[in-house]
Design a protein around this ligand. Sequence first.
Ligand SMILES: [Zn+2]
Length: 113
Amino acid sequence: MATVTYKQKCMRCKTNYVMSTWRDKYPVCFDCQKNELAQEIADPEMKKFFDIPFSFYEKSNFLRDIKIKYLRFGSLTEKQIEAFKNTVAKFREEYEEPVEEKPKKKKKTSSLT
Ligand SMILES: [Zn+2]
């Protein structure tokens, strides 16, 4: 079943429209989220945790949500941390070029002549 979405003005800037569902009590547009995401994180461990390519945040509503939750409340549950890690791992597989190139196995070229 499809979730009904409707256009609503961003609660933050009250300029941009956001597609939201009835569950979104506080719809915020991507521009406003971006500003929020750019905030400095004091905890070095969490800073490292959230240090992923920004394009991942652009692609994933979930990753943005987790980071914003952390910025707002200062902590995350273990479940949220796990889910975040899993999502990032998936994104890395999908979008990132492997840094180390595995040595290519030499293909035997069989000469048919
Ligand atoms: Zn906004």
